[in-house]
Design a protein. Structure first.
Length: 129
């Protein structure tokens, strides 16, 4: 039986090393982690298995992170209300503004330290400290 206090994070990033890095840090902190290679795969996963937090890259094939967020926010609740942390190498003000306009709850510039990733994941998902 799954621990009801354990939060589920869906990592949406096309880079395998990034997903592994995030997975290692989050699982070590007690999160349950799933992965998607792009926004399209993430939508399919979310419609079948709920998540408590999304960690989303911007630049991905098939469906980029901003298109994914805009599509997600048009879905019915509770799927549309899942908090989204966007993590990207794009650091220009217009990139940050575009992410928030698409539905991001937080925008961070890569690379993320494991401690920062876990702290933000706890805050956004409501996980216990």
């Amino acid at each position: 039986m799954a621990d009801p206090a354990r939060r589920r994070v869906l990592i949406v990033d096309d880079a395998g090393l990034v997903r592994l890095y995030y997975r290692d840090a989050l699982e070590a902190a007690g999160f349950e982690v799933d992965e998607a290679l792009n926004g399209l795969e993430a939508l399919e996963k979310l419609l079948s298995t709920p998540a408590d937090l999304l960690i989303v890259d911007v630049n991905m094939p098939q469906m980029d992170g901003l298109t994914f967020l805009r599509t997600l926010r048009r879905q019915a609740a509770p799927v549309s209300a899942v908090p989204a942390l966007v993590a990207s190498t794009e650091a220009a003000a217009q990139d940050v503004d575009a992410a928030y306009a698409a539905g991001a709850n937080l925008y961070l510039i890569k690379p993320l330290s494991p401690d920062a990733l876990v702290e933000h994941a706890r805050l956004l998902s409501g996980a216990p400290a």
